[in-house]
Design a protein around this ligand. Structure first.
Ligand code: AMP
Length: 396
């Protein structure tokens, strides 16, 4: 399906291979709290090492606006060394053209690995400017993009650099992400059900729009459901509400009808008077939210209806929790769906970001067919957009 050159199509022996990874890992006090993204990069790195490439890895981490010690990739180099069982030489310098970096890169032997400092230490990175792109390209014979989580951004290290390197390819992680998401969206085994939740309708407008043309059922829960309640004339109390999206919600309800897609909205909701993990709560019908209450989770009846709606599915895509899953009292809806998905004989795909965190936190991560490593990138993919980081790689 994917017609991009992959690391199976290139010969890297003795060549300097610049690999754009997604090492944008969560850090607390300099310690990595979730290594999933490092682990996900290993198949590509091991293959390139075994093939005798001289690897120069790069990635961004966080959102620094220039050099910032709290966003250093040093902890990644340390953990990566352990995972690979060999030293990863960390080049703690934002200027890869400096004499020291050049010397260290030229000393790399076949199968050895270096990691550059955070690409966002350079302001040019996010502007996709030629100067930094050329600089990155100047240290590489081959460029491999394996950073699915950054593929929706046109930056120097994801797009610009490809203009100046002769040979480019995608890595295994990128390939896997595109295959799972692509097959699910474009040739799903049916019934195909999408579950959308999370905080905001506005974030997911293009996704809802695109998926309504493809799915058999669309389930909507989480904070975004309340705008759909308002679209049906229900009061929503102090729940999340995007007034300027009520019209859109009405249009989507109409579009679902027109396309013959079953659109499922919560029939009941768990409400509380304040946004607090210990807030007293009760369950009310969707059209029964009192003025001083806010909806924080789907209710019990809804859990049952949504669970039944998924049971026959052969492909499920899930993006966005059903409630405030960070508070155990309001995690029951998200938990119930995770449990159903875990037992399903179907392809189950979880969008990155909060959905991945929710499924992992609730202990069902290893029961899903695929958990995307890219929140923003997977959303843009579900919107039907082309990802610039993928488009920029050479075709086969
Ligand atoms: P998103 O990044 O759009 O997928 O949103 C994820 C966030 O939505 C999580 O932090 C949830 O706590 C939050 N969320 C889900 N349901 C609700 C709700 N009913 N009210 C407020 N926040 C919610």
């Amino acid at each position: 399906m994917l017609n991009k050159k992959s690391i199976d199509d290139i010969n890297v022996k003795g060549k300097k291979v610049l690999v754009r990874c997604d090492f944008n890992v969560p850090l607390i006090d300099g310690k990595i709290t979730d290594e999933n993204r490092i682990v996900a990069a290993l198949p590509t790195l091991k293959k390139l090492i075994a093939d005798g490439g001289r690897l120069i890895l790069c990635s961004h981490l966080g959102k620094p606006k220039g050099p910032d010690p709290s966003a250093t990739l040093a902890p990644v180099a340390e953990r990566l060394s352990v995972h690979l069982g060999q030293t990863v030489n960390f080049l703690d310098c934002a200027y890869v053209e400096c004499d020291d970096c050049r010397a260290k890169i030229s000393e790399l032997k076949d199968g050895e690995v270096a990691l550059l400092q955070n690409t966002r230490f350079r302001k040019e990175e996010e502007k996709n400017e030629d100067e930094f792109s050329k600089e990155l390209a100047s240290i590489a014979d081959v460029y491999v993009n394996d950073a699915f989580g950054s593929a929706h951004r046109a930056h120097c290290s994801t797009v610009g650099v490809t203009k100046f390197v002769k040979e480019t390819a995608v890595g295994y992680l990128m390939q896997k992400e595109l295959q799972f998401l692509g097959n699910a969206v474009n040739k799903p085994v049916r019934p195909f059900v999408a579950i959308l939740g999370g905080a905001k309708v506005s974030d997911k407008i293009p996704v809802i729009n695109n998926l309504l043309g493809k799915v058999d059922k669309l389930i909507i829960g989480g904070g975004m459901a309340y705008t759909f309640f308002a679209a049906q004339g229900y009061g929503v109390g102090t729940s999340l509400l995007e007034k300027d999206r009520i019209e859109f919600a009405k249009e989507m309800i109409a579009k679902a009808k027109e396309k013959g897609v079953e659109l499922l909205l919560p029939v009941d909701t768990v409400v509380a008077k304040k946004f607090d993990k210990d807030a007293e709560f009760k369950t009310v019908a969707s059209d029964g939210i009192e003025d001083d209450y806010m909806g924080l989770d789907i209710g019990e009846k809804t859990r049952e209806i949504f669970s039944n709606a998924i049971k026959e599915a052969k492909t499920v895509i899930w993006n966005g929790p059903m409630g405030v899953f960070e508070f155990p009292n309001f995690a029951k809806g998200t938990l119930a769906l995770a449990q159903v998905l875990a037992e399903l004989d179907a392809t189950t795909i979880i969008g990155g970001g909060d959905s991945a965190a929710a499924v992992n936190q609730l202990g069902y991560g290893d029961k899903m067919t695929h958990i995307s490593t890219g929140g923003g990138a997977s959303l843009e993919f579900l919107e039907g957009k082309e990802l610039p980081g993928v488009v920029a790689v050479q075709d086969k």
